[in-house]
Design a protein around this ligand. Sequence first.
Ligand code: ATP
Length: 234
Amino acid sequence: MLEIHGLDAWYGPSHVLHGLSLKVRAGEILALVGRNGAGKTTTMKAVMGLIPKVGGSVRFLGAELLGRPAHARFPLGLAYVPEDRRIVPGLTVRENLKLGLLRAPRTIKEGAAIAEIAETFPRLAERLDQIAVTMSGGEQQMLAIARAMIARPKLILLDEPSEGIMPVLVEEMGRLFVSLRDRGVTLLLVEQNVEWALNLANRAVIIDQGAVVHESSAAALRADTEIQDRYCAV
Ligand code: ATP
């Protein structure tokens, strides 16, 4: 579904991705792990067109993404939940959700889309008219995910969704990801919480120093504590 081939990325003179290649298959949860600074966030940003200087190839459903403006990705069925969530202060939960529809296909009707989201995210359904930033961090993370989901993407990129969230909501989020996958949504999950991610994922990729150093089933990596200690220890 997503094929990253020979991806290079730079921040000014600093070369941080070195010919990185990986594939995300339709219908899977792929966990992307590795220690701090390995290049996970940069990989997601490069896919989303948010790094000015990149090289290589990123194909989504056969279409080359590099060189297209960032906003051109949403109509293709790609969604992104960045680490900082980008909830708009002053707006309610419902208003934040509507922002997710701005670039959605016109066939998606607002009322039906919000009703669908309310069914999938009961915590948000109870809070549609609440100012979004008055919710807990975990609820705001759920809103960021819901806002990405409302346009019915085929692939969603999630950057450390469990970070700083209370355990009960992390568990709820895990169940949500599995149910989205079961409904045919593909997920690329960057996580520091390796154990949690490997329990959800089908496959796992480890990045180190801007390149892929390991690729296997999530179960195989879960069992391989040596590799985990070598590349994922903080
Ligand atoms: P973390 O979990 O800490 O976010 P990561 O694997 O997501 O780690 P990246 O954020 O992609 O890593 O960072 C990869 C490298 O690029 C690091 O060496 C980092 O210091 C550097 N880097 C990240 N953002 C910038 C930036 N805006 N300017 C310069 N260098 C950056």
